[in-house]
Design a protein around this ligand. Structure first.
Ligand SMILES: Nc1ncnc2c1ncn2[C@@H]1O[C@H](COP(=O)(O)OP(=O)(O)OP(=O)(O)O)[C@@H](O)[C@H]1O
Ligand SMILES: [Mg+2]
Length: 338
């Protein structure tokens, strides 16, 4: 059985509908009107132990709602969840011992006490044995560069410092499962990098299962082998990151460096449908082409016919284009690859 298993999981909210202004507010008081908002449509999800899964989708797609149900914060409207064999909503204490969770939008640390004191409280709450606590605290402080702020209270921390402290707090008890809801939101590149490296290390060394929501494509590329895309509460893609790239990134790019300028070739390529020439200088250029119309070897051999190629390299398919197309509704994820 998978470590995280959800069947027919869904969540609806009753949302109040108020007419504008004071009159609307008063009317709502006497005749409240609600509509049902389906945040998550019945979905199935299985995550294996040790996996790193990116759970992505546009704003309001239902990502945080799913994570909140998996962590046991929200009760599902329907369906079943089993996390390490436990129903997270019904057995919240047991569940808390086996998961770590970071919600980028808000801290779980005590606002007014020094971070190191928050950690020490967590040690008591989770009954972490002293040697484990000590080893984790030392290692996390080092890896996340927390020395400069560990004695400050959470209220005094910058966003990047707070996020690092939150991440450490979530992992002090060595949980086998880690949920991260936008862990890098609003962070500068170097802190992002620190956080990604830390998560990668924890996953590799302890086989921690990681499920993360993010709008940062760098997080996905760096951390996750599997991608789940949710839109309007339904999962529209669930598969490997490399597959989605190779299947759906339609354009590929090859960069060339040639021995002598090839004006004839440049002319020819500029006029070829499905290809786009981009010239850096006389002897360096790139050709982007539609992978459904041409193969890479066709493109390379066309160039080689015109003269000596000193070097060429192919650019990896870009996940950004894929995700954007999905968000814009321009990609049929059921389409077959080649
Ligand atoms: N407590 C709530 N009461 C009413 N509606 C809610 C509640 N929580 C979420 N929703 C609605 O459910 C839908 C999904 O919200 P959710 O927070 O899961 O989206 P998300 O995918 O995390 O989006 P984002 O990328 O903006 O964080 C939204 O339409 C939201 O308005
Ligand atoms: Mg969210």
């Amino acid at each position: 059985m998978s470590i995280i298993e959800a069947r027919g999981l869904s969540k609806s909210f009753m949302q109040a509908v108020k007419e504008p202004g004071l009159a609307g507010a008063v009317k709502h008081l006497f005749i409240p009107k609600h509509i049902e908002k389906i945040a998550v449509q019945p979905l199935n999800l299985s995550v294996e132990a040790g996996e790193t899964v990116a759970y992505v989708g546009p704003n309001g797609a239902g990502k945080s709602t799913t994570i909140k149900m998996l962590t046991g914060i929200l009760m599902p409207s329907a369906g079943s969840i089993s996390v390490n064999g436990i129903n997270p909503y019904k057995k919240r204490m047991e569940n808390a011992a086996q998961i770590g969770a970071v919600f980028g939008q808000r801290t779980q640390l005590w606002w007014d006490i020094p971070i190191v004191e928050s950690f020490s409280l967590l040690k008591d709450i989770y009954q972490i044995p002293e040697p484990v606590y000590k080893a984790n605290l030392d290692q996390f402080t080092e890896l996340l560069g927390m020395n400069e702020f560990i004695h400050l209270s959470a209220r005094k921390l910058s966003l990047g410092q707070r996020m690092r402290a939150d991440l450490a707090a979530a992992l002090l008890h060595n949980p086998p499962i880690l949920y991260l809801d936008e862990p890098t939101i609003g962070l500068d590149v170097s802190v992002k990098q620190k956080i990604r490296e830390f998560i990668k290390k924890i996953n590799q060394e302890q086989q921690t299962t990681v499920m993360l929501t993010t709008h940062d494509l760098g997080d996905i590329e760096d951390l996750c082998k599997r991608l789940i895309i949710i839109d309007h509460g339904s999962i529209i893609y669930d598969g490997s990151l490399s597959e989605v790239k190779s299947r759906f990134a339609r354009n590929r790019v090859i960069f060339f460096q040639v021995g002598v300028p090839m004006p004839e070739l440049y002319n020819l390529l500029s006029q070829t449908p499905g290809m786009k020439l981009d010239r850096q200088n006389e002897q360096e250029f790139s050709v982007s082409f539609d992978r459904y119309e041409y193969t890479a070897s066709e493109v390379v051999s066309r160039v080689m016919k015109h003269g000596e190629v000193i070097d060429f390299r192919m650019e990896d398919a870009n996940i950004e284009q894929v995700i954007k197309a999905v968000y814009d509704g321009n990609l049929d994820l059921n389409q077959k690859g080649e």
